[in-house]
Each structure stands twice: as C-alpha cells, then as structure tokens.
Design a protein around this ligand. Structure first.
Ligand code: CDP
Length: 136
C-alpha cells in the first residue's frame, strides 16, 4: 500500500483575525503564504502535530478547536508520497507568534484574507475561515 503523508495546518484565530505566515523555503515556495503547520510524524496524531509545528515555527502553544474544510490533495512532487492537507481552527494559549521559520507573519481579517498570495492547497479553506471570522 502506498502511504499517504498527512500535512496539518492551523487557522489560528484571535479577535476576528487569522494568522497567515509567509514561507521562506524551499525556493519555489518562498514568498507564498500558508497556514502554519507541517507533516504529521509516524505515530503522531494530527492534533499533536499541529501543536508541535506551531511551537516549532511560531514559538507559541495553541489549542486546536475544530476541523474545517475537506482533505485537500497537495501538488504532486516527484518521488514523494501522496499528501493531503487538513486544517483546524485554533486558539493561542501561550505566547505571541514570532516568525522563527517564516519571512513574515500577518493577522488577516475577513476583508483582507485574500490580499496575500496563498499556496494553492490553502485556497479551499479560505471561505470556511472567512465565515468563522465573520461570526458565521
Ligand atoms: O515543516 P514540514 O517539513 O513538516 O512540512 P512543510 O514543508 O511545512 O509542509 C509540507 C508540504 O505541505 C509542503 O509542500 C508545503 O508546501 C505544503 N503545505 C501547504 O501547502 N499548506 C500549508 N498550510 C502547509 C504546508
């Protein structure tokens, strides 16, 4: 059986805004924006990976709230397993996010959510996030 790599992303919401992060690497993704997150390790739950990745990338503790949107197929990379992106809304529990691995962080509102150049796999989640930011 060909394994599927799960990648998790956090829509960290605070006071009507969501945190977007600008990738520094790899070169072909540099400058594009994403929901912070990354690959789930073998034996790790999705939620644990989300908490771990946000701590590594942003220096904060988060609490996942709920899954939003579908499993989204990530662009196929040569010699890489099939990968799916899953997204949770989340809240900050400890700390203020810092761009430890990203170029820049930005808090976006429902109105400014589409003003950054999102990675394609993150686009299907934006309507779900926008409706939550608008109180929906
Ligand atoms: O940090 P780690 O190496 O575990 O994973 P990553 O490099 O952050 O993410 C793995 C893959 O998922 C990359 O190809 C990212 O472009 C993609 N990804 C994405 O499309 N959207 C996200 N919100 C997070 C990751």
């Amino acid at each position: 059986m060909i394994p599927t790599q799960i990648v998790v992303g956090a829509a960290i919401v605070r006071g009507g805004s969501v945190l977007a992060a600008q990738r520094a690497s790899p070169a072909h993704l540099r400058g594009r924006w994403e929901l912070p997150g990354g690959k789930v390790d073998p034996g790790e739950t999705d939620e644990a990976a989300l908490v771990r990745e946000c701590h590594e990338e942003l220096g904060v503790r988060i609490r996942p709230i709920e899954r939003v949107g579908p499993d989204v197929l990530l662009p196929v990379r040569p010699n890489a397993p099939r990968a799916l992106l899953r997204v949770w809304t989340a809240e900050l529990t400890t700390g203020e996010p810092e761009a430890l691995e990203h170029l820049e962080l930005r808090w976006l509102t429902a109105d400014t959510l589409s003003t950054v150049d999102w990675l394609p796999a993150d686009l299907p989640f934006l309507d779900h996030i926008r409706s939550r930011l608008s109180g929906g």
